[in-house]
Design a protein around this ligand. Structure first.
Ligand code: UGA
Length: 438
């Protein structure tokens, strides 16, 4: 099929490459000319494992092109996936829908042939019905230009696999034609046994925010348990292991520590709260305020634990920060808990040196007042404490004895509960972790 993917950020660039990989003719579209120029040369504009190979393959196969023109998109595509961002509005919890509105307004007047516009962005429930009306008003093709909703569940770091082998496909539409077109788009996945659920528009929009809210709640739940463990001398990692073995609970997304960040979970639960208020159902979502507060407390608890570790004050202390991305295998620093903690500690008088495998350039642009190192050992030189804030695999493979030798005092805070603490203790480190006994 001829597919356009509008918005080539973390979601759209991966979706475009994956659609080309499964055999479609794809045009990726974005207003950002630099991003489009990079993609057109087969260079991913951000780090995502597997994406560079996929771009190279699909380019070579001649199935993937890029453009900045919505008119060209309208003329080319039978199916238009809209993948633009819906960030948190400044000064409010609500989602900023200006990008998605601009796409529909820019594309609509050029839709003169039968086609399907498919929203993938995360939006407040009710947006899809509004946009369907807008497409109907604007498109010269009239009823032959339809809108459906198909939320995306990929995670950064595993986005390529999540897109090619999704857990499920959810399609919001009341139209048999739209359903048939999306079944054709996703035919290889459906043939491989991926569950394909058809719902109404509102349910499809809600599935996405309900899923992200559930995941955020699961993380905050285990982080609340970490607070209880700290008050009682218990160990949250053993607790999580034990409750996770009940398969009704499951062990995934029970890693206690510094909590969730990124461009999705924090802003999605806030936008859901804001939408709940507009709908008069805030009571049903009030628990998400608590989920957000527990999560933000993780950052404060990390700062407090680090301060204790260096003797009660950061003034004049050198702190090494391992990790800047909001999660490993990504260079995304949006709402990064690691950088948030680093910036707060800096404000309290410490000198900070940050290491990250992929996110240093992004971090430096957003936090130019922090120092950066290209090797973990460089970041740790002369440090009074080392904070492990993003659990890159590389940090699990560090040699604690060699690292101890370059620090001023070998003190470690593992805020992701991912390091082998006895190994570090044996190498002479004073070790603390969140939710675990000292
Ligand atoms: C999240 C969802 O997991 C995806 O299903 C969804 O499609 C995506 O948002 C989206 O809405 O686009 P993502 O933000 O890429 O994906 O990353 P996650 O793997 O969910 O991690 C989010 C944050 O939670 C990270 O900061 C991570 O460190 C933290 N986390 C995760 C924990 O603190 N503990 C855990 O056990 C798991």
């Amino acid at each position: 099929m001829r597919i356009t993917v509008i918005g080539t950020g973390y979601l759209g660039a991966v979706h475009a490459a994956c659609m080309a990989e499964i055999g479609h003719e794809v045009l990726g579209v974005d207003v950002d000319e630099l991003k489009i120029a990079a993609l057109a040369e087969g260079r991913p504009p951000f780090f995502e494992p597997g994406l560079a190979d996929l771009l190279a393959r699909t380019h070579a196969g001649g199935r993937l092109r890029f453009s900045t023109s919505l008119r060209e998109a309208a003329e080319f595509g039978e199916v238009h996936f809209v993948c633009v961002g819906t960030p948190q509005r400044s000064g409010s919890f609500a989602a900023d829908l200006s990008h998605i509105d601009a796409v529909v307004d820019g594309l609509g007047p050029h839709l003169s042939e039968p086609c399907l516009v498919v929203g993938k962005s995360t939006v407040p429930v009710g947006t899809a019905a509004r946009l369907a009306g807008r497409v109907a008003d604007l498109a010269p093709a009239g009823d032959a230009a339809e809108l459906a909703w198909n939320p995306e569940f990929l995670r950064e770091g595993t986005a390529v696999r999540d897109t090619l082998e999704p857990d499920r496909l959810v399609v919001g539409t009341g139209s048999a034609r739209a359903d048939a077109m999306l079944r054709e788009v996703y035919a290889p996945m459906i043939e491989a046994g991926t569950p394909y659920l058809v719902t109404d528009l509102a349910t499809a929009e809600l599935v996405k925010v309900a899923a992200n809210s559930f995941l955020a709640t699961k993380i905050s739940y285990v982080n609340a348990m970490a607070e209880i463990c700290e008050a009682t001398g218990a160990d949250v990692t053993r607790l999580a292991e034990a409750i996770g073995l009940d398969d009704r609970i499951g062990s995934r997304f029970l890693s206690a520590g510094l909590g969730f960040g990124g461009g999705c979970l924090p802003k999605d639960i806030r936008a859901f709260l804001a939408r709940g208020e507009e709908l008069g159902v805030e009571r049903s979502l009030r628990f998400l305020r608590e989920v957000d507060e527990i999560n933000m407390r993780c950052r404060q608890r990390t700062v407090d634990a680090a301060r204790d570790l260096v003797g009660g004050s950061f003034l004049g202390k050198r702190i090494a920060v391992l990790g800047a991305a909001f999660k490993p295998d990504s260079d995304d620093i949006r709402d990064s808990p690691a950088l948030n903690v680093a910036a707060v500690i800096k404000l309290q008088g410490a000198h900070i040196t940050v290491h990250d495998e992929e996110a240093v350039d992004n971090a430096r642009a957003a936090f130019p007042h922090l120092d950066y190192a290209l090797e973990p050992a460089k970041a740790c030189e002369g440090a009074d404490a080392v904070l492990h804030l993003t659990e890159w695999r590389q940090y699990r493979e560090l040699d604690p004895a060699r690292l101890a030798a370059v620090t001023r005092t070998p003190r470690l805070l593992d805020a992701r509960n991912a390091l082998d603490l006895p190994h570090w203790r044996n190498a002479g480190w004073t070790v603390r972790a969140l939710g675990r006994p000292a």
